[in-house]
Design a protein around this ligand. Structure first.
Ligand code: DQA
Length: 148
C-alpha cells in the first residue's frame, strides 16, 4: 500500500460528533471514497484510526517497511499535544500532508499550534471531508509515474 491514511482520536465518531463543526460524513465514508479514488489511479491505500497515541506511533513506525510512500494524517487532538507522534513521522521521513476538517485557526487558541505543520509537505484545514480528497489528489500527483 503506497498511501497510508491516519486518523487520530475521536474521529471514529465522525458523522455524529459535533456535526456543525466536523460535518455529517462518517469516517467509513471518507475512507471508502479515498480507497476508491486511489484504486482508480492504480495505487493501494490503507486507513487506520486509533484513539491511542502509542498505536498511532506503532503504525507510523510500520510504515517504514510496509511499502508506504506517502501519508495523509489528521492527528486530531494529538495535533496540539503529541511530540511522540511528530517524532515518529520525523523518524520514518515519509512525506505527509496534515489534514483538519475544521478551520482550527478560527477556533480556540489551543488549536492554533500544531506539532506537525513544520514537517508536513502541506496542511489543509477547514475544507471538511473534501480536505482528504484534495490531499489525496496531491499525493497521487506526487506518486504518479513512479509506480513500482
Ligand atoms: C481536528 C481539529 C482538532 O483540534 C480536534 O481536536 C479534532 C479534529 C479537525 O479535523 O478539525 O479532533 O483535527
Amino acid at each position: 500500500m503506497e498511501i497510508l491514511v491516519l486518523h487520530g482520536p475521536n474521529l471514529n465518531l465522525l458523522g455524529s460528533r459535533e456535526p456543525a463543526v466536523y460535518g455529517a460524513t462518517t469516517l467509513a465514508e471518507i475512507d471508502a471514497a479515498l480507497l476508491r479514488r486511489a484504486g482508480e489511479a492504480g495505487f493501494g491505500l490503507a486507513s487506520f484510526q486509533s484513539n491511542h497515541e502509542g498505536a498511532l506511533v506503532d503504525r507510523v513506525q510500520e510504515a517504514r517497511s510496509d511499502g508506504t510512500r506517502f501519508i495523509l494524517i489528521n492527528p486530531a487532538a494529538f495535533t496540539h499535544t503529541s511530540v511522540a507522534l511528530r517524532d515518529a513521522l520525523a523518524a520514518v521521513a515519509l512525506p505527509f500532508i496534515e489534514v483538519h476538517l475544521s478551520n482550527v485557526h478560527r477556533r480556540e487558541a489551543f488549536r492554533h499550534h500544531s506539532y506537525f505543520s513544520e514537517l508536513a509537505e502541506g496542511v489543509i484545514v477547514g475544507l471538511g471531508a473534501s480536505g482528504y480528497r484534495l490531499a489525496l489528489e496531491f499525493a497521487l500527483e506526487r506518486l504518479d509515474g513512479t509506480h513500482n
